[in-house]
Design a protein around this ligand. Structure first.
Ligand code: SIN
Length: 528
């Protein structure tokens, strides 16, 4: 098998991965492995923007407080403080790279800050409603200018490569499937950064792109790293309801501009659930929509922003406006049919604010990591902030490491996991893919019960068994690898949810409908 050598291996090309790559290229060769096209990452699909304290009327104290409230007792205060206060300087660095956040009309010195649920102030920096796309465009441009950065598309990570035992165990890089040749290859690096993003494809309906199959969490888990809080899965309340729209996101910023959630007969309902009405935090809004749809037998609810003019909506939400029109919905005139869909994983690989994990040589940043910022429920637009700050911190920490002495690193391990035969039954993969995602949607969604979770676990374990057999017997394909990853992540979500005998933040179960306030809130920690 071919083994490539580099100084720094970055797995994933979203905000966290590309930020780390740019900074690390100051010291050595960086290989950025991207599973599909470089533009395909969760970051690219972020519409709302980045939450940061950039307005003199706002304060770190308010942003910290809003984050802690949304997190329902499980955020780590020191982590929240570190990330919120590091936001503004990191944002300025991003601007120096060429990112132009929207300013108020005629005011070059004032940001046009968006409002989202759970925020006590307007603090969301945005570039129209395609902030993520703009971030990736600028970062890719800068990365392509760096001679030391190699961007490798269609390189799908299979597993982490480690050597040594106990305290001497370390990460040496990873194995990949090269989509261009169908061959496996190894990449050896002194440091590996996992920046693989989220795992929305674990669920049947998700706002995430197809690449979001939880690869980083699954690989870290199989390598024996602790994984935290996987039961806290955020469902975005408002994705477009249309058979061809693939759960297209209708940004929370739309509610920030006054859109009101209504039932199909045009009656607003959120006041019955929370005094903040349509701008309550996402867990509350998603549960309320789920309840209204189930009680009324409706397939969707409506999001009404018709009080704004077409001119305003076209300027503020160019992407959403155009997309809705494609489906025959003029948002200046028609309420938008919406449903909740999986959106973000608050849990992930245990990591600190500099991305350090339990495995020396391995860092994790962005959605793949669980740092303690989000707790039991992420505050809107804090995810891009976390990805940016933690990637900057990780790069700084990595650059402070003493250079490796030549000749001391252990040999790259041999690959011995998968089979050689070509599979003749791709249908098995397609069927299992569907059945895991459907079981997760039906039994491990917004409202859970212990018996639904147990039913889902039984199904997922069966698939895990088949996948393991397949993996041992046949040549790997990207479909098999993704199925293996979503199945491992699904099992982690269910087992974490079964551990939590209370309802808190995004985890709501009818068997324990209240938070367990008799005991201090704790993280769910799973390890092989
Ligand atoms: C949105 O625009 O509603 C998504 C923002 C986020 O998930 O933070």
């Amino acid at each position: 098998m071919q083994i490539l050598e580099t100084d720094f291996l970055i797995i994933g090309g979203g905000l966290a991965g590309l930020t780390a790559a740019l900074k690390l290229s100051a010291r050595g060769r960086v290989l950025v492995a991207v599973k599909k096209e470089p533009t395909e990452s969760n970051t690219s699909y972020a519409q709302g923007g980045i939450a940061a304290v950039m307005d003199p009327g706002d304060s770190f104290a308010h942003h910290i407080q809003d984050t802690l409230i949304a997190g329902a007792g499980l955020c780590q205060r020191d982590v929240v403080e570190a990330i919120v206060t590091a936001g503004p300087p990191c944002i300025r660095e991003l601007e120096k790279l060429g990112l132009a956040f929207e300013r108020r009309e005629g005011r070059w010195d004032e940001y046009d800050l968006g409002q989202e649920g759970g925020h006590s102030h307007r603090r969301v920096l945005h570039a129209g409603d395609f902030t993520g796309q703009e971030i990736i465009r600028v970062l890719l441009e800068r990365c392509r200018e760096q001679r030391r950065i190699t961007l490798r598309p269609h390189l799908m990570a299979v597993d982490l490569a480690t050597a040594g035992e106990g305290k001497a165990r370390r990460c040496l890089g990873a194995w990949f499937l090269d989509g261009a040749t169908g061959e496996l290859l190894g990449v050896r690096a002194t440091v590996t950064v996992l920046a693989t993003g989220g795992a929305g494809k674990v669920y049947l309906y998700t706002s995430n792109p197809d690449v979001a199959t939880g690869d980083g969490v699954a690989m870290a888990w199989r390598a024996g790293l602790p994984v935290l809080n996987m039961e806290f899965v955020q469902f975005h309340p408002t994705c477009l309801f249309h058979q061809d729209a693939k759960s297209f996101l209708i940004s929370e910023a739309v509610r920030g501009e006054g859109a009101v959630l209504k039932t199909r007969d045009g009656a607003p309902f959120m006041e019955r659930y929370d005094p903040r009405a349509s701008l309550a935090p996402r867990d509350i809004v998603a549960r309320a929509i789920d309840r209204e749809m189930k009680t009324r037998g409706d397939d969707f609810v409506l999001l009404d922003i018709t009080h704004h003019s077409a001119k305003f909506l076209r300027k503020r939400f160019p992407n959403i406006y155009a997309r809705c029109l494609e489906f025959g919905i003029n948002m200046a005139r028609d309420p938008i049919p919406v449903v909740p869909a999986e959106h973000y994983f608050c849990g992930g690989v245990e990591a600190d604010v500099a991305g350090r994990t339990a495995l020396p040589g391995l860092y994790a940043c962005g959605e793949v990591a669980c740092t303690g910022l989000h707790g039991a429920n992420r505050l809107a637009s804090n995810s891009l902030l976390e990805a940016l700050v933690c990637a900057c911190n990780a790069a700084a920490a990595i650059l402070q490491r003493p250079p490796e002495k030549p000749g001391v690193a252990p040999p790259f391990p041999d690959w011995r996991a998968s089979g050689e035969a070509a599979s003749e039954e791709a249908v098995v993969i397609a069927h299992n893919w569907e059945s895991v995602r459907k079981a997760m949607w039906d039994y491990v969604g917004i409202v859970r019960t212990t018996s639904r979770l147990e039913r889902a676990l039984a199904r997922v374990k069966m698939v895990q068994h088949e996948v393991a057999h397949y993996f041992r017997s046949y040549r790997v394909t990207s479909d098999l690898l993704e199925l293996r990853n979503i199945t491992d992540v699904a099992a982690l979500v269910i087992r974490s949810a079964l551990h939590r005998k209370e309802s808190r933040g995004l985890h709501y179960t009818l068997d324990y409908p209240l938070p367990d306030d008799a005991h201090p809130p704790r993280d769910t920690r799973l390890q092989l």
